[in-house]
Each structure stands twice: as structure tokens, then as C-alpha cells.
Design a protein around this ligand. Structure first.
Ligand code: NDP
Length: 336
């Protein structure tokens, strides 16, 4: 008989979308060659959009949400994985078009999995999660464009959020001087504690940007888009680079080409979902060796299944500090 397990599921009817905590059976999972007992998932901005149906992240119904997870393989027909292996997964449409991580059991294509790097637990992998992985991809993009610790200060927007806070830690631990942009002045102490040398108010970046402004930053990691990204671009020093990965402010980019054609600034697009395997493994290797996990823990909030819907609202309202890990299967009783 196939195993029963608990999962969140989003379904769609004429009345709209509905999020429910359900008992499912293994045959309800989608095809895949590796089955994983999920131990931890994360809560990312995109998960907030999916769980609240505020944006069309979920594109197939019914669907188990959760864009990342870490756990232990229970069955495998994939040559690279065997029962007992510890693995993690981010992206590849999991939680969007394929059943995701807010579930005790997941069945996926083994090509999407990354073996858990040595020395980190499944919980630590999700403390890093999609957000931390994306931060590392941003750092790698800046390095590729020659932005190194001696190039000058690197600006990080959305500083108190998941991507922003891990980016600050990574950059500071690599020896960069980091300026953090936040809308929450109350997080100043936290941001300095994780490595920010200066903390700026995001209001300074929220008005319509001029084509060029005073050259201040060697590089930047931007999670906001919109006027924030346009203002950041206008302030980048000659030859600098910006890694753009998010739209927390807006999908629009009301910017001028002036920084590109007069200052040789590079705008690097960052996508974590379809990152090729080799770069994925390299990013996780660096995250597992170069990130101070004790420091990361300072910005981590752990929740159980029952708290997911309210945490989803909170992340969209910009009220969550750092990373949120979801302990899968906890808080289940009485909630189904
Ligand atoms: P979080 O919600 O944890 O962080 C986002 C932060 O952005 C907030 O904490 C806030 O920081 C800041 N922010 C919120 N609203 C605004 C606004 N109107 N203007 C300027 N800043 C704002 O989300 P994540 O860190 O998980 O994700 C950040 C962004 O990156 C999202 O847009 C997400 O979709 C995107 N992303 C993209 C990926 C990719 O593959 N390209 C992968 C992962 C994430 P503060 O309070 O400090 O101001």
C-alpha cells in the first residue's frame, strides 16, 4: 500500500484558489525518479506570493507549494542517488509547476537534486535556501565582472530580507565593505551585526532616478527593481556592476542607459531557478565552506506547518527578518 503523508496543497475552482493542509498518498505525487522524505523547507518571497495567490507563481493545479527543500532519499532509480542520501533542491519549477517542499514526501527528477554538501545539516541547507543560493549567485556574478574586495563598497538592497541578509554576510566574510539599504531602521543593529559597515534608508532610493548621480558604489546586489534599481545604477562607479535578482519593489525598471554607455556599468541578471548544475554545485560548495552558519542562525526564524499561512502574509508585508525555515511535519495534529 502506498504511504500516506501530510502536505499543503493549492487548488483552484470557480471561487478562486484555496490552500489546504491535506493527507495525500504516494500515488498523488507527480512522476520522478527520486523520492525524498522532506525534513526542512524554506519560506521565500516567491513562496509568499504562491501561498497567498497574490501572483501567478503556481501554474498547475492542484499543486503542493514550496520552492525548496532538503531531506533524505527514500527511493531512487537515478544513478547518482541511493536511499539514505541527504539532498537539497531549489528551483526547477518545484512549487510552481511540480509538487514542492511543503510536504512530508516529495518525488522529483534526480537531475534537479544537489547532494547535501559535507558538514551541513538539512536544516542549515534551508537556513541558506533559495535566498542564500541566489545571494551566492549574485556574489559570483560581481566577482566575474571584476568587483573584488579592493574595488570599493558594495551596496545591498532589501538588506534585512532573506537574499539581502545572506548577501551582506557573504560579502563581509569575503572582505568586502558593505553598505546596506533598508526600509527598517529598527534593523540597524542586526545589519551591523552581520557585517554592514553602513546602513542607509531606502527612502533615499525610492524617488524617480536621475540618469546619472554621484559615483559611490563599486557594485551592488539588488532585490528590489523599480526606482531603487534605477537609483542604484545611477550611483555605480565607472566600470562597476550590479547583480539584479528581485522585484520586491517593482517589476519595472524606470532607468536611463546613461550608466551603461557613459560609465561602462554592467547589469547582471540573476536567475536561480534554471542555474546549470555545475554552477549550482559550485555555489553550494562555497556556501557550505564560506558562510558563517552561526552568524546566519542569528537571522533565522523556525516555524512549523501551522504558521505557514501567516508567515506568507508577513514576508510579503516585508515584516520578516532574514531567513525562515519550515520544519516539515511539525504542528500537524489538529490542523488537518
Ligand atoms: P524577503 O521578503 O525576505 O526580502 C525582501 C526585502 O526587500 C524586504 O525584506 C525589504 O527589505 C525589501 N523590500 C520590500 N519591499 C520593498 C520596496 N517596496 N522597495 C524596496 N525594498 C523593498 O524576500 P527574499 O529575500 O526571499 O527575495 C527578495 C527578492 O528576490 C524577491 O523579489 C524575490 O522574488 C527575488 N528572488 C529572486 C530569485 C531569482 O532566482 N532571481 C531567487 C530568490 C529571490 P528591508 O526591510 O531591509 O527594506
Amino acid at each position: 500500500m502506498s504511504e500516506q503523508f501530510t502536505a499543503y496543497q493549492i487548488s483552484k475552482s470557480e471561487k478562486g484558489t484555496e490552500l489546504e493542509l491535506l493527507q495525500l498518498r504516494e500515488q498523488d505525487l507527480m512522476p520522478g525518479d527520486v523520492t525524498v522524505r522532506v525534513e526542512y523547507s524554506g519560506l521565500n518571497y516567491k513562496d509568499g506570493l504562491a501561498l497567498t495567490s497574490k501572483a501567478p507563481v503556481v501554474r498547475r493545479f492542484p499543486l503542493i507549494p514550496g520552492i525548496d527543500f532538503a531531506g533524505c532519499v527514500t527511493k531512487s532509480d537515478h544513478p547518482d542517488f541511493a536511499a539514505g542520501d541527504r539532498v537539497l533542491l531549489t528551483g526547477y519549477g518545484v512549487g510552481e509547476t511540480h509538487h514542492g517542499g511543503y510536504s512530508e514526501l516529495a518525488r522529483v527528477n534526480g537531475d534537479w537534486l544537489v547532494p547535501l554538501p559535507n558538514g551541513i545539516s538539512t536544516r542549515q541547507a534551508m537556513m541558506i535556501g533559495t535566498a542564500g543560493f541566489t545571494s551566492m549567485l549574485c556574489v559570483m556574478a560581481l566577482e566575474k565582472h571584476g568587483i573584488l574586495p579592493d574595488s570599493g563598497t558594495v551596496l545591498v538592497t532589501g538588506a534585512a530580507g532573506g537574499v539581502g541578509s545572506v548577501a551582506i554576510m557573504l560579502l563581509a566574510q569575503l572582505g568586502y565593505r558593505v553598505a546596506a539599504v533598508t526600509g527598517r531602521r529598527s534593523e540597524q543593529e542586526f545589519l551591523e551585526g552581520i557585517g554592514a559597515a553602513e546602513v542607509l534608508d531606502r527612502k533615499q532610493f525610492s524617488e524617480k532616478a536621475r540618469p546619472l548621480a554621484r559615483e559611490q558604489w563599486a557594485g551592488a546586489i539588488d532585490v528590489a527593481g523599480g526606482n531603487t534599481l534605477a537609483n542604484v545604477l545611477s550611483q555605480i562607479k565607472y566600470g562597476g556592476a550590479v547583480a539584479a535578482c528581485g522585484l520586491a519593489e517593482s517589476m519595472e525598471l524606470p532607468a536611463s542607459v546613461a550608466p551603461f554607455i557613459l560609465r561602462g556599468v554592467t547589469l547582471c541578471g540573476i536567475d536561480s531557478v534554471m542555474t546549470p548544475t555545475a554552477r549550482r554545485k559550485e555555489a553550494w560548495r562555497r556556501l557550505s565552506t564560506g558562510l558563517d552558519l552561526e552568524m546566519l542562525e542569528k537571522g533565522v526564524n523556525e516555524i512549523g506547518f501551522a504558521e505557514l499561512p501567516s508567515a506568507a502574509e508577513a514576508i510579503l508585508a516585508g515584516k520578516i527578518r532574514g531567513r525562515t525555515v519550515v520544519k516539515i511535519g511539525s504542528d500537524i495534529e489538529g490542523n488537518i
